[in-house]
Write a protein that binds this ligand. Structure first.
Ligand code: UDP
Length: 474
């Protein structure tokens, strides 16, 4: 009897754990729910211990085949002041040679190529090889709508977006406040803006888009994006859009001495009493902002667990391509004098990186002060933890607007536009409000349940991924 070979799918991820982690989660779902063979081609920067750990566990995974493509050397192709966004685009452009060569040789022949948002330039390779291609957006549908519509906004809007008096209209979707635009739109003269517009156009060459959101959360945007929707009509876009989220990690099973002592500390705290503070895989504050945050936490008299990173003055995402290996003594130098000893009873400082999913799932956590990276946001949602929105870069100001104003699951600081310092009194207020606001907590529980339902068997995201799997398997 002839046994059918498993369908093989290749997923491509750009550097950065915020990108790689959801790609790995998508891979797992294809394997566990659809019995696919999955290969992940991950272009990596190997800059932090955390990344190395995640890579090592991916390389030895029995679920999927993981190929690590070291970041090509781009020093001659970028200027010193080019942003992380530009660098990611250039890295992925240069990595195309390796991606093409692997794709044309890998066996069994892949049935589909799924690329992340920074890798849309790899789609023509799939066309050459006659392979169906999708883009996987690890963020949400409103952001996708803005990215796809930006080439049109580029024609319609004069001057800088942030200087507009009116919100930016996207057909069929919520408008975007000028100060909330995605980071590469902040300066139209910067190189990253051109790279960003190219990404918007790149989507349209794919055979479909997968988004890490769910129908019940973003029906309006998803409908606008689909055939017959206002946005798709405006763009003459005919590709299907599937909501497949919320795809998030499960708590880490492996423990080490630092995670053990962290969980032990959490075990000793009352339920929902601790505010978890973290700015994702690459977020940094200025030294002034870091001191204000420390003062704010102290003033709030709330328990806290802070993943603290040495300040970098220039870019909020500066830790992205740099080696983060400061110990607690190093970072403590930037905190107000006496802060560590004064808060010793109520606060725990963790340098650089912590096991976030484990922390968010602990009963002691009552709130999450976050940079609103979409991965962190979904991890909080799936654990029902209310948010304090502290957006820094990328699409995080949009995320904060969505979470605070639309969904009511976050409190948000009012410091606008970006690059001003949030003062300690406001921080203390937000921290206190997030832990005691039943309204926000209850809303978060509702959103949590709707997300879990979408993902469970028969739920909207489960069905959507099954449809994609059927199309790929032919
Ligand atoms: N993360 C973590 N520990 C940390 C910081 C980040 O495990 O100390 C993980 C977090 O759980 C999430 C990812 O790194 O899965 C960050 O992704 P996100 O989209 O939130 O933000 P980005 O880092 O891309 O800005």
């Amino acid at each position: 009897m002839e046994t059918r070979k498993p369908t093989h799918v290749v997923l491509v991820s750009c550097p950065g754990l915020g990108h790689l982690i959801p790609v790995i989660e998508l891979a797992k779902r294809f394997v566990l729910h659809h019995n696919f063979k999955v290969t992940i081609l991950a272009v990596t920067s190997q800059t932090s211990r955390a990344e190395t750990q995640i890579l090592n566990s991916a390389l030895t995974s029995s679920l999927f085949h993981f190929i690590d493509i070291p970041s090509p050397d781009i020093t001659a192709l970028v200027a010193q002041n080019d942003t992380v966004f530009t660098r990611l685009c250039v890295v992925m452009r240069e990595a195309k040679i390796a991606i093409r060569s692997i794709l044309s040789e890998i066996t069994p022949r892949p049935s589909a190529l799924i690329v992340d948002i920074f890798s849309t330039e790899a789609i023509p390779i799939a066309r050459e090889l006659n392979i169906i291609s999708y883009v996987f957006v690890a963020s949400h549908a409103w952001m996708l709508a803005l990215v796809i519509y930006s080439p049109v906004l580029d024609e319609l809007v004069e001057g800088q977006y942030v200087d507009q008096k009116e919100p930016l209209k996207i057909p069929g979707c919520k408008p975007v406040q000028p100060e909330d635009v995605i980071e590469p739109m902040l300066d139209r003269n910067d190189r990253q803006y051109k790279e960003y517009l190219a990404i918007g156009n790149g989507f349209l060459q794919s055979d479909g888009v997968l988004v890490n959101t769910w129908e019940e959360l973003q029906r309006e945007e998803l409908e606008a994006l689909r055939e017959g929707g206002l946005l798709s009509e405006a763009l003459n876009m005919k590709i299907p859009v599937y909501a497949v989220g919320p795809l998030v990690r499960q708590p880490e099973l492996e423990t080490n001495s630092s995670s053990e002592s962290l969980v032990k500390w959490l075990d000793e705290q009352p339920s929902q009493s601790v505010v978890y503070v973290s700015f994702g895989s690459g977020g940094t504050l200025s030294s002034e902002q870091m001191r204000e945050l420390a003062w704010g936490l102290e003033l709030s008299e709330q328990r806290f667990l802070w993943v603290v990173r040495a300040p970098i003055e220039k870019n909020a995402d500066a830790a992205f391509f740099t080696t983060g290996s400061s110990g607690i003594d190093e970072v403590a130098k930037y905190l107000p004098e006496g802060f560590v000893s004064r808060t010793n009873e109520v606060g725990l400082l963790v340098p650089e990186w912590a096991q976030q999913v484990t922390i968010l799932g602990h009963r002691a956590i009552g709130g999450f002060l976050t940079h609103c990276g979409w991965g962190s946001t979904l991890e909080s949602v799936t654990n029902g933890v209310p948010l304090i929105a502290w957006p820094l870069y990328a699409e995080q100001r949009m995320n904060a607007a969505l979470l605070a104003e639309e969904l009511g699951v976050a409190v948000r600081h009012r410091v606008l536009p970006i690059k001003k310092v949030v003062r300690r009194e406001e921080i203390a207020e937000m921290v206190k409000e997030s832990v005691k606001s039943n309204r926000v907590r209850e809303r978060m529980k509702e959103v949590q349940q709707s997300g879990m339902k979408a993902l469970s068997e028969g739920g909207s995201s489960y069905v959507a991924l099954s449809k994609i799997a059927n199309t790929i398997a032919g």
